[in-house]
Each structure stands twice: as structure tokens, then as C-alpha cells.
Design a protein around this ligand. Structure first.
Ligand code: NAD
Ligand code: 89Y
Length: 344
């Protein structure tokens, strides 16, 4: 079977991981790249040996010659680029957060649906091996029926030096990082119906909130707590580990720092090391995230070939984005917000 051909738009900080992932992927390769910044375009083009280079997305689509586009720009450009891809009938992956508003996010999903093109949001945290191990342990029935859970990401890591734009937005941690933890909560505990959130800014040098605590009601009656912080200075820095606690009718599960998974059931505790492998191009501590990039890309290739909706399709991601919107609204107004209110 011939490789799918892809184009990547946005050759910045995170796209380098995506380019490494595509280089190793089975069944797809990147044939063209685009960035409006010529220096970044050159750096990625030279590093990955891509000859077709564009400073304008319009020119890239006009020339065509690829089956899908991978959009790794920041949120402000997502809608315009996804709609452009839909107009050209090109299947699309778009980085998180899908859009700045629910209106934009819905318009993007609808544009792709109308054009009949596949649309996936690059929501990779649920593809991390430790998160997959949690899901497998729950699905094995070892801890019985789940009634409570926690998804926690607390760190003091300096994310601003690599991604300076994170310090300048009115919204920070929920939109940037909490969005992943909220998606993991949906993946493990099911869709949510309501959220109650509190936020805080501790770091005076940034514009948005760097601490958020969210209480979620899930469809099946599970309650979960999703908490994230970039203002938490711990003796051993856990970045970028997502930690989890799950209580069930027959036992408990704990995913603790250092990628330790403890499944306690029937009076015995099974301990497993679930640290992801560091791929050849990995740069610890990012290896956990980097492996999940490779895994979500392989999932995209398989879904596209099988004409199956990807797990984190645009349609699916509206539910995750609704949790982001509902959390900001809840924190601003000090009340519980139902997902129906923000989904419309
Ligand atoms: P960045 O600013 O370093 O890179 C973005 C690049 O896109 C820049 O080089 C910019 O010139 C280019 N660009 C912007 N608009 C463009 C347009 N219209 N046409 C062509 N080029 C354009 O940002 P980053 O830190 O690499 O983040 C990129 C995206 O990846 C963000 O959405 C961020 O949230 C996401 N991200 C995801 C993860 C993850 O684990 N999923 C981790 C980090 C960042
Ligand atoms: O942008 C963020 C993401 O998606 O994962 C970690 C990150 O790079 C910083 O919070």
C-alpha cells in the first residue's frame, strides 16, 4: 500500500515532535511544510529534508499533492486553516485547543462534515501509555464498578521559555493543559454533564490562571476531580506526568509519580512500572508526551485508511472543549455549569 502524503502547517516548538513522529510512522510521510516565518520553515525543512516549503497556506493548498494536512499553529489560526482544508477537500488534523470559542469549534466541525473530510483534533494525552494502562486495568474489572476518580497535573516546570505565548493569554492553564486532563477524565470516566471550577493566578508574571480545580459530574454517576497547576514546586519535578486515582466497588487504582501503577483488589496490590519508552528522538522529560504524538499519528493513519472516525475527532472534541468553556464560565460566575448550556 502506498504511503499517505501529508503537509504540515506551523513549524514551531511542538511541530518538531510531530515531524519526528511522521518520520517514524508506518504508512504516511510529510511531503510539504508551511510556516509564515521563513526561519522556522528553513529550520524544519533542513532538519527533515522536506523540499516543498511554503510561507502561505493558500499557496500550499493551491499546489496540493497531499492527502491530509497536520495543523500545528496556535489557536487563533485554527478555524481559518481548517476551513481552508475543508474547501480543498483535504483531511485534517488540528492541534488543541480546537478553537478560541465554541462557535468557531462548531463551525470547523461542520465545515469538515459538509466537505466529507476526516477531522481529528491532536488530543494526544489519552494516548499516553500510562493512561492506556489505567484504562486497561479498569476494563479488566479488577477494581469493579468505578464511582470516583481524580486526574491531576501539578508542576512548577517552566513552560514559558519554550512556549512564550502561554504567558500572555487571558486564558492559560485550563485551555492549554487542563484541556488534556479534562479529555483524559472523559476517556476514563465517560462524558460529563456538569462542572464546578475554581481558578487562581499565582505567578505574577503571566496574564492567565495557572491553577485550576474542576469537579465533574459524569453521565454514569461517577464524580471526578480534575486539578492542574503550574505553580506547584515539588521536591522532584513531575512534569509532564498526569497522575490518577480511581476508586471502584472492588478495589482502587493509583498512578503515582515515576510512572508507578498500583492496582489494589481482593486484598492484594499489583505494582507495575508503566513508564513509556523513550523513542530514539525523545528528549526526557518530554518522552511521555512525545510517545503519545507517535501513537495518535499512527491512529490517524489507520482511521483514515479504514474510513473510520478517529477517537478524538472534531465532533468528539466538542465535548472536551465544552468542559473548558464550562470551567471558565463556572469559575467566573461561581456556579455549577451544565455542559448542555455551553454546547447549546
Ligand atoms: P509556536 O508558536 O512555537 O509555533 C507555531 C508556528 O505556527 C509558528 O512558527 C508560526 O509562525 C506558525 N504559524 C502561525 N499561524 C500560521 C499561519 N496562519 N500560517 C502558517 N504558519 C503559521 O507554537 P507551539 O508551541 O509549537 O504550539 C503549536 C500548537 O501545538 C499549539 O496549538 C499548542 O497548544 C500545541 N501544543 C500541543 C502539545 C500537545 O501535547 N498536544 C504540546 C505543546 C503545544
Ligand atoms: O502546551 C502544552 C501541552 O499541550 O502539553 C504541555 C504543554 O506543552 C505545556 O503546558
Amino acid at each position: 500500500m502506498t504511503d499517505l502524503k501529508g503537509a504540515l502547517i506551523g513549524c514551531g516548538f511542538f511541530a518538531v515532535n510531530q515531524m519526528h513522529g511522521w518520520r517514524d510512522a508506518e504508512g504516511a510521510r510529510i511531503v510539504a511544510i508551511c510556516d509564515r516565518d521563513p526561519e522556522r520553515l528553513k529550520a524544519v525543512g533542513d532538519a527533515f529534508g522536506i523540499q516543498r516549503r511554503y510561507t502561505s497556506a493558500e499557496d500550499l493548498f493551491a499546489d496540493g499533492g497531499f492527502d491530509f494536512v497536520d495543523i500545528a499553529t496556535t489557536v487563533g489560526s485554527h478555524r481559518g486553516l481548517v476551513e481552508m482544508a475543508a474547501r480543498h477537500g483535504v483531511a485534517t488534523i488540528c492541534q488543541k485547543p480546537i478553537a478560541p470559542t465554541m462557535e468557531d469549534a462548531k463551525a470547523m466541525v461542520s465545515a469538515c462534515a459538509k466537505s466529507g473530510v476526516a477531522f481529528m483534533v491532536h488530543e494526544n494525552f489519552r494516548w499516553q501509555s500510562p493512561i492506556r494502562a489505567v484504562k486497561a486495568a479498569i476494563d479488566s474489572g479488577a477494581i469493579g464498578e468505578v464511582f470516583w476518580g481524580r486526574v491531576s497535573f501539578r508542576s512548577g516546570y517552566d513552560v514559558f521559555s519554550g512556549q512564550p505565548y502561554l504567558a500572555t493569554g487571558k486564558r492559560f492553564i485550563i485551555e492549554d493543559l487542563g484541556i488534556h486532563a479534562l479529555d483524559v477524565a472523559r476517556y476514563i470516566f465517560g462524558d460529563a454533564t456538569a462542572v464546578t471550577a475554581r481558578t487562581r493566578r499565582v505567578n505574577p508574571a503571566i496574564a492567565g490562571e495557572d491553577v485550576a480545580t474542576m469537579l465533574l459530574d459524569h453521565d454514569g454517576g461517577i464524580t471526578s476531580l480534575v486539578d492542574c497547576s503550574y505553580a506547584t514546586k515539588l521536591p522532584i519535578e513531575p512534569f509532564p506526568e498526569t497522575l490518577m486515582e480511581v476508586d471502584g466497588s472492588k478495589g482502587t487504582l493509583r498512578l503515582t509519580q515515576g510512572y508507578h501503577l498500583a492496582v489494589h483488589s481482593k486484598g492484594a496490590t499489583k505494582l507495575t512500572n508503566v513508564e513509556p519508552p523513550a523513542l530514539s528522538w525523545a528528549s526526557p522529560p518530554w518522552h511521555n508526551i512525545q510517545e503519545s504524538v507517535a501513537l495518535i499519528q499512527q491512529h490517524w493513519i489507520e482511521a483514515l485508511r479504514a474510513r473510520r472516525e478517529p477517537d478524538t475527532s472534531g465532533r468528539d472534541n466538542l465535548e472536551t472543549f465544552a468542559l473548558v468553556e464550562a470551567s471558565y464560565l463556572s469559575a467566573a460566575e461561581g456556579r455549577t455549569v451544565s455542559l448542555a448550556e455551553v454546547l447549546g
